[in-house]
Design a protein around this ligand. Structure first.
Ligand SMILES: Cc1cc2nc3c(=O)[nH]c(=O)nc-3n(C[C@H](O)[C@H](O)[C@H](O)COP(=O)(O)OP(=O)(O)OC[C@H]3O[C@@H](n4cnc5c(N)ncnc54)[C@H](O)[C@@H]3O)c2cc1C
Length: 402
């Protein structure tokens, strides 16, 4: 149902103009992953608009996963997220990984599994974007509009944008996090929440590389090399590739670790699949030759452990002790690569402020928050799109049931 309000404006010379101001049933702020999933699943009888600052929809989705979008994961649970477990489980239960795969299937998209657990688009992220284009034909997509402010008077929301004011009975805030500013990202979602007295945690970069302190500068010298590791951080163990980078360390294991690291130590096992003491047993080779890593890396690690690259048979008890640290190299990163390199943001609107079945703000009727703007952040591996899609779908169903 759509409503219209007539505004009578007295302008110059007391001439009366009558303006018709449309009131949308639903206004979605942000035409990214969560906003588009929400728009696609809203009742077609509703009058709906989605507003975005970009000139095209779904800009993050487009470039994600090397332009093939890592949509979701074989294993998805609340344990793969940073945030309130019960709240997250509730939303994921209502639109699970299987529901998402079924939704894609019904819409003609069959993702492929890579590395035994990551679901990616077969050829391009356009496969998903095209689903949204097809399923939002009933939605007005208002592009190139900067969202500036949201107010509510009586039961109507007024959304101030760079191209005028829009009005709606329901507002869904789907403006995402603030990393990758060049793709339209901003923290307007948090500003909107705060303006309504809804509590939110400031965004901080996550799924991002970590910088190192002087003692670990040796890692920067290895820029370009990678190896499988496990990283222990804040009680979590993350197993994946580590990539040595110009600025510090990166790669899937580090990106996921960054989600749980704020400050303090992390511990890296550089040989998660072998035991260093077994490897050197009875060998006549140099230490750096028996370590199953690129030679340059083996030598750098030995140096960092203050171990001379001697023949294995010359290894003393003291050296053995130092060598074992290859399985538990502990250090405190200096910081992270920042918002410009972060795939997502930690922080957002506190889940305690939202209804866990609908994502509506508990104290502001008909105002919803979905996707990354909510204080729920997933590990690397498709978990953030799964959250964006689950929360977008759940919100749409809640609005349809009003
Ligand atoms: C390089 C990169 C790769 C990624 N790869 C993956 C991946 O493979 N798998 C995965 O699960 N996650 C990935 N992510 C994370 C994922 O993209 C996000 O978690 C997801 O897009 C969040 O969905 P959202 O709808 O909340 O926000 P977004 O998709 O970011 O949508 C928010 C929208 O709001 C708009 N907006 C913001 N502020 C304003 C404003 N003031 N006015 C108007 N419009 C505004 C933005 O333009 C944007 O279109 C990646 C992120 C990046 C940066």
């Amino acid at each position: 149902m759509s409503y219209k309000i007539y505004f009578r404006i007295i302008a110059k010379g007391a001439i009366k103009y009558n303006f018709i101001m449309k009131i949308y049933d639903v206004l979605i702020l942000g035409a990214g992953a969560s906003g588009l999933m929400c728009a696609s699943n809203l009742d077609k009888k509703l009058s709906i608009a989605a507003v975005d600052i970009n000139s095209k929809i779904a800009q993050k989705l487009k470039i994600s996963g090397g332009s093939k979008c890592n949509i979701t994961n074989v294993h998805v649970s609340q344990n793969n997220y940073c945030g309130d477990s019960e709240f997250i489980a509730n939303i994921l239960d209502n639109f699970s990984k299987d529901d998402l795969l079924n939704y894609l299937h019904v819409n003609g998209v069959e993702p492929v599994i890579r590395k035994e657990r990551y679901y990616f688009c077969k050829d391009s992220s356009d496969e998903i974007i095209n689903i949204f284009k097809n399923n939002t034909r009933h939605v007005e997509i208002l592009l190139c509009r900067d969202i500036l402010e949201v107010k509510k008077s009586d039961d109507i929301f007024e959304v101030k944008t760079s191209k005028g004011v829009l009005m709606a009975r329901n507002v869904v805030v789907a403006t995402g996090g603030k990393s990758y500013k060049e793709l339209g990202a901003s923290d307007i979602g948090l500003e909107i929440a705060k303006s309504f007295g809804i509590k939110a945690k400031e965004f901080t970069p996550a799924l991002v590389g970590l910088t190192v302190q002087k003692e670990q500068f040796w890692m920067k010298e290895l820029s370009g090399l990678s190896c499988p590791v496990t990283i222990k951080v804040d009680g979590r163990i993350l197993k994946e590739e580590l990539l040595f980078a110009h600025k510090g360390i990166s790669g899937p294991a580090v990106l996921s670790a960054s989600l749980y690291w704020q400050k303090g130590n992390i511990t890296i096992d550089f040989l998660p699949e072998s035991n260093i003491l077994e490897l050197i047993k009875g060998s006549k080779k140099q230490l750096s030759s028996v370590i199953p890593l690129p030679k340059r890396l083996s030598k750098a690690i030995l140096e960092a452990l203050h171990v001379e690259d001697v023949e294995c048979k010359k290894v003393t008890g003291e050296i053995r002790e130092k060598l074992q640290k290859i399985h538990s190299y502990e250090f405190a990163p200096a910081g992270n690569f920042g918002f410009s390199k972060a795939e997502v943001c930690r922080g957002g609107v506190l889940t305690e402020e939202l209804n866990q079945y609908t994502l509506e703000a508990l104290d502001v009727k008909n105002l919803y928050f979905i996707g990354e703007v909510v204080d729920v952040t997933g590990e690397l591996g498709g978990y953030n799109f799964q959250w964006a899609f689950s929360s977008g779908y759940v919100c749409a169903k809640a609005i349809n049931n009003q």
